[in-house]
Design a protein around this ligand. Structure first.
Ligand code: ADP
Ligand code: MG
Length: 433
């Protein structure tokens, strides 16, 4: 099983397990080294009574560590592997405690070490689980010792009975259990926070990558769009020229009409796309919203076909200023008005209302009583290229949103199928200079 470098959580788990195996190996080597040192000092051999146990544990751990490092890259279920390893660690520690005096061993703190790294490598629940395993093992060990079933190594049988009373044993057991779970809780809490922070960082990295990719695609596509624009302009120009030059023939004229219309449509699409993929930075000015809206509405209503079937009403408010590139404002309102228009099939009504909800915001609401949208549609209307219209480009609202957010404003929408739609935009308000 190859490690997928794109899968960050998995890679992270893999790295943690690798470090765990490394440190376990190191621990085993140090254990072995110190046993050898003690042996040299005390003139003991490898197999002498107190050392044999430590030596076998160290050698066993070394063998296990090499085994783990060989199978780790071939495994799929990393988390399970982690559980197995750490569970085996608790068994080994119980072994160490047993050979160093059981109840009187000073090594019971090793459980805490295992619980801490279990929380780090596995999870909060992993840490709790290992704490539970440690407590059970320790409890069983002590109980067996007190029942006289097993005898602690190096201490003569019956020793415990003479030295400790039940209350003290129970007390120490309870303290150990409390320590195990306390440590599991704390380290679990910390590791959970680390995990969350990491997740946030990964998400941010992904986002950056996506944005970079989009920017690269946008760059390429906008280059292409520029290349399309020029031949398109020559095409329309030539047809118009031809049309004036050749004798009138209704059939031919209709065909030329189609060419011109489609060329216009293509050119509008390319323009929209350029606007979307590579918005021009814009020349911001302080704009009197009242004046700007008035102009745009006038141009919008000037279209004869439209004004006959759609009634446009508006409520404007004086002395509301915003800082914006007037061309951007025009683009935003035009796209929204056009959508409202297209949502009204035969006859209808569009209402434009401008207001200042507070001293820092200016708001424009555009309401139509057209076809409206379902909840499902609303979720996707701001996606580029989403359109419900046979000849739509699906770029209008993407451009609107892009422009509005670039001015730190926001846009929202309320709609009901068959009833109509309201788009509400809010932009930061400026005081005129
Ligand atoms: P286009 O107009 O090219 O389809 P837009 O991004 O402007 O692209 O709009 C996307 C879609 O959102 C439209 O196809 C339409 O389904 C829906 N929509 C936008 N405005 C309205 C509205 N005022 N009423 C109903 N539907 C709308
Ligand atoms: Mg549109």
């Amino acid at each position: 099983m190859k490690i997928d470098l794109q899968n960050k959580p998995r890679l992270d788990q893999y790295r943690k397990l690798k470090w765990l195996i490394f440190f376990r190996g190191l621990f085993a080597a140090v254990l072995f080294g110190s046993a050898v040192l003690i042996g040299v000092h005390g003139n003991l051999t490898f197999f002498s009574k107190p050392l044999i146990f430590i030596n076998s544990i160290a050698v066993g751990l070394l063998i296990l560590s090499s085994l783990y490092s060989v199978i780790l890259p071939r495994l799929y279920h990393l988390v399970r592997f982690g559980y197995v390893q750490i569970f085996i660690d608790t068994l080994i520690i119980t072994g160490i405690i047993f050979v160093t005096g059981s109840f009187s061993s000073i090594f019971s703190f090793l459980y805490l070490v295992v619980i801490i790294y279990a929380s780090m490598v596995l999870s909060r629940t992993g840490g709790m689980f290992i704490a539970f395993c440690a407590c059970v093992q320790y409890g069983v060990l002590i109980a067996l010792e007190f029942q006289g079933v097993i005898y602690p190594v190096g201490i003569e049988a019956g020793f415990i009975f003479k030295n400790y009373n039940w209350n003290y044993v129970l007390y120490k057991l309870l303290i150990t259990i409390a320590a195990c779970f306390g440590v599991a809780f704390l380290s679990g809490f910390l590791s959970e926070q680390e995990r969350r922070a990491k997740k946030g960082m990964w998400a941010m990295e992904e986002q950056v990558k996506r944005v970079e990719k989009l920017a690269a695609i946008g760059e390429m596509a906008s280059g292409l769009a520029h290349e399309i624009k020029n031949p398109l302009a020559s095409l329309s120009g030539s047809i118009q020229f031809l049309r004036e030059d050749i004798p009138y023939d209704p059939d031919r004229d209709r065909l030329m009409d189609i060419i011109l219309r489609e060329a216009d449509r293509l050119s509008a699409l390319v323009n929209d796309f350029l606007m979307f993929a590579k918005p021009q930075p814009g020349q911001t000015r302080i704009v009197d919203l009242n004046v700007a809206l008035n102009e745009i509405i006038k141009v919008f209503m000037a279209d004869n076909r439209r004004s006959r079937r759609i009634e446009v009403t508006y409520e404007l408010a004086p002395a509301i200023f915003i800082k914006i590139d007037p061309e951007h404002l025009r683009q935003v309102l035009w796209n929204l008005l056009l959508n409202a228009d297209e949502a009204i099939e035969t006859e209808g009504h569009i209402h434009i209302k401008m207001s200042a909800p507070d001293k820092n915001h200016a708001s424009i609401r555009i309401t139509d009583n057209g076809c409206g949208m379902t909840e499902e549609t609303i979720k996707t209307i701001f996606d580029p290229f989403f359109t419900a219209k046979p000849k739509g480009t699906g770029l209008g609202l993407s451009i609107v949103q892009r422009i509005i957010t670039s001015y730190n404003g926001f846009i929202d929408v309320e709609s009901a199928p068959g009833k109509g739609t309201t788009f509400n935009i809010q932009l930061p308000r400026e005081m005129p200079s």
